[in-house]
Design a binder for this molecule. Sequence first.
Ligand code: GLU
Length: 421
Amino acid sequence: MSTPLALATRTPLEDAHAQLAAAVAHLGYGEGLHRMLATARRELTVSVPLRRDDGSVAVYVGHRVQHNLSRGPAKGGLRFSPAVDLDEVRALAMWMTWKCALVDVPYGGAKGGIAIDPRAHSTAELERVTRRYTSEILPIIGPDIDIPAPDIGTDEQTMAWMMDTYSVNVGHTVPGVVTGKPISLGGSLGRASSTSRGVAHVSILALRHRRIRVDQATAVVQGFGKVGRDAARFLAEAGIRVQAVSDVDGAVYSTTGLDVPALIRHAERTGSVVGFPDAEPLDPAELLLLDVDLLVPAAIEGVITAENASRVKARVIVEGANGPTTQDADAILAERDVFVVPDILANSGGVIVSYFEWVQANQAYRWTEDEVTLRLSERITAAWNAVLAYAERRSLTLRQAATALAVERVTEAHRLRGLYP
Ligand code: GLU
């Protein structure tokens, strides 16, 4: 069935606003409150000049958006990607507010981004860009104000540079200003794989809920970066047959299931999953349409759209990425009874362990990896149970339930604090 093209062109911000509007309508909130919840508390756009290795100067644009601070300091990642713009950062910041409320960590939501392709720059250039951006947004970040973390295109080294730049400027070392740091600088054990661990944990809960045997289940994972790579590994360790994975360069497929540890070694050696010897090459667009039990989109926003949603054959979708399913696609999937576990629940393992890292940094005390893993699974299971119960009680999809529950929690904090003055 063909779908009008206009439907497929929604932006992440339009999707985020549509999700909020549905939650507000369900909760019966008035116009003023809706407007407050829809509007970012603070937005800062900065120019980031970079002296390139060849001596020339390039200028990039960076943003930091703090969407809501009702439940605590702002929290959210920093993205380096050519696709970054203010509206994308606004959407991602709003989703962070709901995510933090949903898993009950004491934060509001934020996001940052620089419109830059990190693959086109040397390490020295990326360090200079990161330090200049950090110093530009310095007045609005801090361990009690806004705590950045890695996202697409950034990593623990980026966080180390941010922590150092902030610390040098304030005159003392402040490990709690960012999370996702290297272990030797106060990073948490288990943080690097925490988003993936949460994705796998929720995938197993979702398969069981749909009465699909985990040891007989098949899966595909879109994206083989910070989230997809370890998600594929954890799914395979749980006995799930991971039949296909993709990255920006292509996709690989095997009906009998990929040897994920061998594939990880191949990708580390060559920089891509492409060319993995024990698999067939696959068109990455086809990966989303394979007939499997579980589809994990773990790359970018807007990949399951009104254009392809009616052809998705997976029974369960667990959103490792932020915003991979557009609102129009969501309606089509719900109609077809595809069980979608929304991003703000499915990929919350990252911010949950970010919270643990921040707690450890503030207490100058380190937990063991087992403690981190146990507390992560407790917290994400509690959020899963809460969302499922809310959805069943009110006949909502998991996304509608997760958003409404989070919006309710943020609103409760806002009401208790009151409007000043
Ligand atoms: N960037 C991650 C996310 O989208 C982690 C954010 C954080 O840990 O603050 O959830």
